[in-house]
Design a protein around this ligand. Structure first.
Ligand SMILES: C[S@@+](CC[C@H](N)C(=O)[O-])C[C@H]1O[C@@H](n2cnc3c(N)ncnc32)[C@H](O)[C@@H]1O
Length: 327
C-alpha cells in the first residue's frame, strides 16, 4: 500500500519568533537574535530549495553520501537488538537527504524543518517512493521544547552550524533520545585553526562549486560579495548582512565546537561510538587539497545513550545548564 505523506503543522514557527519579538519561554524567541537566525534560515532555504539537491554537496556528493550510509549501517547494527521499528527524528531534515535513507531501511521517521519549501520537496520524493514520514513545519527549537516524545535516533545533518544556540539544541535533543538510542550529527564545519586561510579557501571552493553546479549564480554571487564589501557590519551579529544566507549560515565560518558537542553528550549519559573530523570540499579538487592541508574539515559524531542514563537525565540537565546558550 502506498501511504501518502502529510505535512502536519501543529507546531508552526510562532509569528513573534519570525519577526524577532520575544515569545513566552521559547529559547529561540526569548532571545530575539536567535529568532532572527531561525527566520533567516526559513527565508534562505525557501529561496534555494529548488536548487538544493543539485547544488549542495552533502546531498549529492558520492563520497559524502557513502559516509552517511556507512554511519546508518553502524547505527542499524546496534539497533538490531531493539526488536521493533526504530522511531527516528531528523532535525532540519530539509529535502530528505538523511530521512529518505532512514525510510528506505524501514524506520519510522519524523522530520522537523523550518522551511516549507524544503519539506514540500521531501514530501514529493517520499510519496513517489511509497513512504510516509511525519513532516513537521517548525523550528527545531520550538519542536524540541514542546515535544513530549522520546526517539530511538535523533539526527542532524548539515544543521548544527545553522543554529543560533547549537549547544542548547544538542543538549535538549540528547535528553529526548531513549536509553539505548542514538544521537547522530554530521556535515558541520569544525572551528578553523587558521580562520583567514580557511575563509579564502572556502571562497575558492564556493566559486568552483558555483561554476560546476550553479553557473547562472556566478555573476550574482560576485555582485553580492562586492555589495557586502561596501556594507557596514551589523553590530549585533558582528558581520555584514546582505542576504538571508549571511545569517542562516550562522556558524559556517566560525565553525561548531565539536569537543563541546561531545562533552554535552557525555554529560547526558552517552558513550561516543565515533567522533571524527574529515576533509571537506564541495568539489573533488578542493577536497583533494584539503586532504593535505586540512583547511576545511567537517566533523561527525555517533553516540549511544547508556541504558542507565534515565535516572541521571535530571541531574545532568542541572549540571550542564551553565553552558552558554550561544556558542
Ligand atoms: C543545509 S540544510 C540540510 C538539510 C538536510 N539535513 C541535508 O542533509 O541535506 C539545513 C536545513 O536545516 C533547516 N533549518 C535551519 N535552521 C533550522 C531551525 N532552527 N529549525 C528547523 N529547521 C532549520 C533548513 O530549513 C534546511 O532545510
Amino acid at each position: 500500500m502506498t501511504n501518502v505523506p502529510s505535512i502536519v503543522k501543529p507546531k508552526r514557527v510562532p509569528r513573534e519568533e519570525l519577526h524577532g519579538k520575544p515569545g513566552k519561554e521559547d529559547p529561540a524567541t526569548v532571545d530575539s537574535a536567535g529568532a532572527l537566525v531561525v527566520a533567516a534560515n526559513r527565508e534562505f532555504f525557501d529561496q534555494i530549495a529548488n536548487k538544493y539537491d543539485r547544488y549542495e554537496s552533502c546531498a549529492t556528493d558520492v563520497y559524502l553520501q557513502n559516509i552517511l550510509e556507512k554511519d546508518l549501517d553502524t547505527i542499524q547494527a546496534r539497533l538490531s537488538t531493539l526488536g521493533r521499528t526504530p522511531d527516528c527524528l531528523d532535525c532540519g531534515g530539509g529535502s530528505g537527504n538523511l530521512a529518505l535513507k532512514m525510510l528506505a531501511r524501514g524506520w519510522t521517521v519524523t522530520v522537523v524543518d523550518v522551511s516549507g519549501a524544503m519539506l514540500a520537496l521531501l514530501s514529493e520524493k517520499a510519496r513517489s517512493r511509497g513512504h510516509s514520514p511525519r513532516l513537521v513545519h517548525s523550528s527545531i527549537e520550538s519542536f524540541l521544547r514542546e515535544a513530549r516524545q522520546v526517539f530511538d535516533v535523533i539526527a542532524f545533518t548539515s544543521v548544527l552550524h545553522h543554529l543560533y544556540s547549537c549547544t542548547s539544541v544538542v543538549r535538549q535533543a540528547a535528553t529526548m533520545v531513549r536509553p539505548g538510542g542514538f544521537f547522530y550529527s554530521n556535515y558541520d564545519p569544525v572551528v578553523p585553526k587558521r580562520p583567514s586561510l580557511t575563509r579564502a579557501f572556502d571562497a575558492m571552493d564556493i566559486l568552483f562549486a558555483k561554476v560546476k553546479f550553479d553557473v547562472s549564480d556566478v555573476i550574482p554571487g560576485i555582485t553580492r560579495r562586492l555589495k557586502k564589501a561596501f556594507t557596514r557590519r551589523d553590530s549585533n551579529f558582528r558581520r555584514r548582512l546582505v542576504t538571508a544566507g549571511d545569517l542562516a549560515e550562522y556558524r559556517a565560518h566560525a565553525g561548531v565546537e565539536d569537543a563541546e558537542v561531545v562533552r554535552i553528550l557525555q554529560l547526558e549519559g552517552f558513550g561516543i561510538i565515533e567522533h571524527a573530523r574529515y576533509p571537506a570540499g564541495r568539489t573533488k579538487a578542493i577536497r583533494f587539497l584539503n586532504e593535505r592541508f586540512r583547511l576545511l574539515e567537517y566533523f561527525k559524531v555517533i553516540a549511544g545513550r547508556n541504558h542507565e542514563s534515565i535516572a541521571t537525565t535530571k541531574a545532568s540537565q542541572t549540571r550542564t545548564s551553565p553552558v552558554a546558550a550561544s556558542q
